[in-house]
Design a protein around this ligand. Structure first.
Ligand code: SF4
Ligand code: SF4
Length: 135
């Protein structure tokens, strides 16, 4: 049995196709959606806990790739160094999942690690080098 947290990127051309349905039906994989952002006719992003037998899992990933779906293991943990962060908000504009967001009531930038897909875009953006990676 294999179980992984994975990030799937759906190009615009295939974002309205029943790819996940086929993954379940034809490859007998189980999934638990952790985060989803798929609009018809636009690029999509899906973060899943994906599990199944080793053989089915490998075949399922091959199927995803053959359909043009970007596949990435969620294997890195991102943390924010609270002593360095000055809550400038620069990272909130680039974070694709909303893991870094403005808390308007407190006028601070908050970090929801459960939404983070470890894309590292915020790391390049942060002037304080407050974003750190734990491998
Ligand atoms: S860019 Fe860096 S310093 Fe600014 S809010 Fe984000 S983590 Fe904090
Ligand atoms: S690595 Fe940074 S930009 Fe990427 S999802 Fe996580 S918090 Fe957002």
């Amino acid at each position: 049995m294999v179980s992984n947290r994975v990030v799937l990127h759906f190009p615009r051309e295939i974002s309205n196709q029943p790819i996940i349905y086929r993954l379940v039906k034809e490859y007998d994989l189980m999934f638990n959606i952790l985060q989803a952002r798929i609009d018809p006719d636009r690029e999509g992003l899906l973060i899943l806990e994906l599990s199944g037998s080793r053989e089915n899992y490998a075949e399922g990933i091959k199927y995803l790739q053959s359909q043009g779906v970007g596949f990435q293991l969620l294997s890195q943990d991102i943390r924010r160094n609270e002593e360095r962060c000055v809550h400038c908000g620069a990272c909130t504009a680039i974070c694709p999942t909303g893991a870094l967001f403005m808390n308007r009531a407190e006028m601070t930038v908050d970090f929801d690690s459960a939404k983070c897909i470890a894309c590292l875009l915020c790391m390049r953006m942060c002037p304080q080098r407050a974003i750190e990676v734990t491998l």
